[in-house]
Design a protein around this ligand. Structure first.
Ligand code: HEM
Length: 258
């Protein structure tokens, strides 16, 4: 059994597909918690420059996020020189902080603890606004960009949102910190789902984008989920197939879902 199958739920499948979130359910654990937490701590120690990055202007939001996570979980603060390092050692979620430099400007990525990037480099995206960040994404249309920007303007303190996205990867590797993955591996197929949350911090007014990653073998899907995934893959256009891993992976996935 997998936890989320967003392609099979019409409310989540459409973009942006955000839903209200009970603040009590901001963070999520599961059967994968111990394994992911051990991997996070290892990455924070051995790949620190890759998984943690921050602009000085984000100092206030970082501390506010750290305090919020500690309060929410009731955990004692772990030993780490950076608030985001502390956060990364406490919970499974990765977090991006997005802040506006001036009213009406697009939100920018000002800091992140990102142990489990899905094929992107934090260093390449830090400091950039949302539309630029999504530059390589074929289905991030101008219309979607406008909706996402409005959504960011509208996130209210105490009323977080969530959405989910999915990709098929030929690996169960959680830490994929590069956009140059496309020719990379050729292993067993996995479904990777990100449960993404959007929460406004009251003091700094930053928006916290949380990413909780689930990876399961394609074989864990129920028949109905596998059928729905075939239906979702069917209408993808060539540039989307390319972006999502190429024609070979696309064909192999459809074959595996038969
Ligand atoms: C409602 C809000 C958002 C929507 C609808 C959205 C949509 C998407 C879509 C459709 C993709 C393509 C891959 C996929 O389907 O998973 C994508 C990729 C990505 N998104 Fe978002 N996104 C949102 C928010 C964010 C935020 C807040 C960040 C902050 C860092 C972000 C960072 C990225 C990055 C880095 C990629 C990979 C881009 C690349 O390949 O270089 N997204 N997003």
């Amino acid at each position: 059994m997998i936890t989320y199958a967003p392609w099979a739920d019409p409310r989540l499948a459409r973009k942006p597909g955000t839903q209200p979130l009970d603040p009590a359910n901001w963070l999520e654990t599961g059967a994968d918690t111990a394994g992911q937490m051990a991997y996070r701590r290892e990455l924070i120690e051995t790949e620190r420059e890759v998984v943690l990055a921050a602009l000085p202007e984000s100092d206030g939001a970082q501390a506010e996020l750290r305090d919020g996570v500690a309060t929410h979980t009731g955990k004692a603060l772990p030993d780490d020189p950076s608030p985001l390092g502390q956060v990364g050692r406490m919970v499974q979620e990765d977090f991006c902080l997005l802040e506006q430099r001036a009213e009406g400007e697009e939100y920018r990525l000002t800091a992140a603890i990102l142990c489990f990037p899905s094929r992107w480099s934090l260093a390449e995206k830090l400091g950039h606004p949302l539309t630029h960040i999504h530059g390589p994404v074929p289905d991030y249309t101008d219309d979607l960009a406008k909706r996402v920007n409005r959504l960011f303007e509208g996130v209210q303190v105490g009323r977080p949102l969530w959405r989910a996205n999915w990709t098929v990867h030929p690996t169960d590797e959680l830490h994929q910190p590069s956009g140059d993955w496309r020719q990379a591996e050729d292993g067993p197929l996995h479904i990777r789902v990100e449960r993404q949350t959007f929460l406004r911090l009251p003091r700094s007014q930053a928006v916290v984008f949380g990413i909780r990653t689930y990876v399961d073998p394609l074989s864990a899907l129920t028949d109905a989920q596998a059928f729905a995934l075939r239906e979702a893959l069917g209408p993808l256009e060539a540039n989307e197939i390319e972006y999502r891993g190429g024609a070979d992976l696309h064909r192999a996935t459809l074959d595996a879902l038969r």
